[in-house]
Design a binder for this molecule. Structure first.
Ligand code: C5P
Length: 231
């Protein structure tokens, strides 16, 4: 039997690296906020999916007002974020029942395609934890900072062929993810997959999308606009 589908949209970061007036998830591209664009991908891929949106507490009124002004009528459970992404996810999972499939997605990744999202939710009926990954194309160096200078760490090399970049959405059986998130915070938790791995459960992987970028800097914004205008 199909599990009920939930998507948790992580948008509680302060986004200070962008230097904009509002956190990056609220920046508008062609009159539409990045966050709205991101949510719409999931609504298109999985009609009827339950949306949980995690926001900085101080921007909850802003977002509610935005949705009214832009006639963005999407039932959303709005949750306030925590001190780190880990704490934000933990808050959101309180609003997700056991026995569901839950995706966790960065609100600043609006370029994921509905096709990948639909495929991942379909696969997640059969696997308990699914992570989209892309192969590393750059040569990787292990360096450390010495003042202004970058220098090699002696004896440290990496084999690029085993390196993959993890993206979101990462999709889980909700009872597993809720259990994994009962662990105490660890600074090594950079994504949800790392929380599940530390909990001792295995992950499954699927090919991600190179254009599913996380909009973090002004350069990413330029790139995102170019990709959107091409599609
Ligand atoms: O900071 P970073 O780029 O890793 O954030 C990834 C995602 O997690 C962003 O979408 C951000 O809004 C979200 N986040 C959050 N709560 C935090 C920190 C980040 O929801 N406390």
């Amino acid at each position: 039997m199909d599990r009920k589908k939930y998507i948790v949209i992580m948008a509680a970061g302060s986004g200070t690296r962008m230097g904009a007036q509002v956190p990056k998830q609220f920046i508008e591209i062609d009159g539409k906020a990045i966050l709205q664009r991101t949510i719409e991908v999931f609504l298109e891929a999985c009609p009827g999916i339950s949306v949980v949106t995690v926001l900085p507490e101080s921007f909850i009124p802003y977002w509610k007002n935005y949705c009214i002004l832009h006639n963005f009528i999407c039932p959303q459970v709005i949750v306030k974020g925590g001190i780190t992404r880990f704490h934000s996810v933990r808050n959101a999972l309180e609003r997700v029942p056991e026995g569901a499939v839950v995706g966790i997605h960065d609100g600043v990744r609006p370029l994921v395609t509905p096709a990948l999202v639909a495929d991942m939710f379909a696969q997640a009926e059969y696997v308990q934890a699914l992570v989209p990954v892309v192969p590393c194309v750059d040569t990787m160096k292990v360096l450390r900072r010495n003042g202004e200078v970058l220098e090699a760490v002696p004896g440290e090399t990496v084999d690029r062929s085993v390196l993959w970049g993890a993206q979101t959405p990462q999709v889980f059986h909700s009872e597993l993810l809720k259990d994994a998130y009962t662990q105490p915070f660890d600074t090594a938790f950079t994504d949800d997959a790392s929380v599940v791995e530390k909990y001792g459960k295995s992950l499954s992987y699927t090919m991600g999308e190179r254009l599913n970028i996380k909009i973090t800097t002004q350069d990413d914004l330029v790139l995102a606009k170019a990709i959107m205008s091409m599609r």
